[in-house]
Write a protein that binds this ligand. Sequence first.
Ligand code: G6P
Length: 617
Amino acid sequence: MCGIVGYVGDNKSLEVLLGGLKRLEYRGYDSAGVAVIDKDGHMGTRKRAGKLQVLVDDLAERPLGNGATGIGHTRWATHGGPTDRNAHPHLSADGKLALIHNGIIENFSELKKELTDTGASFTSETDTEVAALLVGREYEKTGDLTESLRRVVGRLEGAFTLLVMHEDQPGIVVGARRNSPLVIGLGDGENFLGSDVAAFVEFTKRAVAIGQDQIVTIRPDSVEVTDFLGNTVESEEFEIAWDASASEKGGWSSFMAKEISEEPEAVANTILGRVVDGIVNLGELSPIGDDALKDIDRIVIIACGTAAYAGMLGKYAIEQWARVPVDVDLSHEFRYRNPIITPRTLVISISQSGETMDTLMAVKYATAAGAHVLSVCNTQGATIPRESHAVVYTHAGPEVAVASTKAFLAQVTALYLIGLHLAKARGTLSDNAIRENVVELQAVPDKIAEVLRVSQAEIGQLARWMTDIQSVLFLGRNVGYPVALEGALKLKELAYIHAEGFAAGELKHGPIALIEPGQVVFVVVPSPRDPDSLHPKVVSNIQEIRARGARVIAIAEKGDASVLPFADEVIPIPLAGTLFEPLLAVVPLHIFGMELAAAKGLDVDQPRNLAKSVTVE
Ligand code: G6P
């Protein structure tokens, strides 16, 4: 949460900062602010509650002098409401030092008391202001910005990325990080800092990730990274694989519309280069090694939100193919209950952003407890992969809309690839069986494209009819169950509608009491060709709710005539094997959530109260 950008270079800092904040706005959009040192050496700041556009409009009306040094921030409020005063940057007592922060300073009340007792006064309710005042005091003593920040970070508890600049030090921005993200962008005569590479991908493709407890000082011609004690640290440069245009809306009505249209590519690109002679071969798993993978006796998948539902699908596939027990845990539940971990446990974390604090803490816990830790992640240089033993990147491209869509499909794809790699390593599937599953997986992108082509308009129409709806239920069995949960989550996140996902078999154990005439229920129907005969059971469930007046919308295999008499609407999906159906059935639900929110006039990309990357626990 909170997006951070810093710049030193030529006289275009405002352009860089506002462009970077636009791309980082998914991280928080309660308020935004900038500080810039202009050509005459004066530092100006501007900060406004509301979305970035409020700040942009304000700057257009009352321009701030542009210059070569600046920092910018977009906020997701934690301490103190979303007001102008609580927006970042915050200033030192003399107003000459500006500081921005992502994270939470847990010992801020103690530090605030110390500052107040020694004469400081506060202008905001934030935890951040203590850091601005403390660094300001150190600067008065040392006149050295890097040293001042170093002295202060040692006193802070919690998670933070901090950027500071000082009016008397044009051409310098200093950053520090602990448990919150910070990446350097390397330019020519200019350098950048950002919460992620999206902040500066428009200007450079060369990046360096900063490690835990490190401090970076950027000047136009140099970048220096040290640890919190001042020892120089070697950092590795990487090339950003994303195009700047990939994180643009490019003519679509919303980022989400664009990202749903990219679902076929998200799957295809995640498979690309990972299949050799029809067999999955994930070289990325070599740091763990096939011997260890053969020896594991349990897998625990940890994730939050949509990623956790991807994890549930991973469980079905991995258990079936690799015959190893898989538990799926929400990261925050796993971390705080003394979970059982042995050296034969493989923990797989899933995170689009690679920064979700709950998942990061669970990963650190699992590593310390001796598990092998593998992460599935969509963002290069992110913290979670760096804290794991191995990483399988999903190649979904940048996902900007806050609610996850294409990344979900890429995560499921990555987990299926992991399942097939494990099956090979453990000898639980024959090469032929692996090849058959690979062929099925490779066919998924075209099938998703078909769902988008055939159903988009119809689902849009359905959503427009339902703008007054108060509650929607989603039912699914087996692999259809996580799809139902994902459908319900999308509706809550995007359209602010009460929605619940249930395992269809559980219906009669309680949820059926919710059914009254007119209740809309989406049902994910398994294929009638399903070898485990789940189809007739789900059709019976449909009859049960239909008999009680429910309005049924079935997502069913095309040509499945058996649901027609009982469903008010049928959304057809192409034929696929049981494990691959969810990758198709979820697509109409993503479209439905988006279209219903749009029909209600809501901001599809930035739903209220949410942030894409939740970097607080
Ligand atoms: C937030 C987002 C969700 C996302 C979850 C996990 O809650 O609103 O859409 O699924 O974080 O994010 P991650 O980056 O770890 O996948």
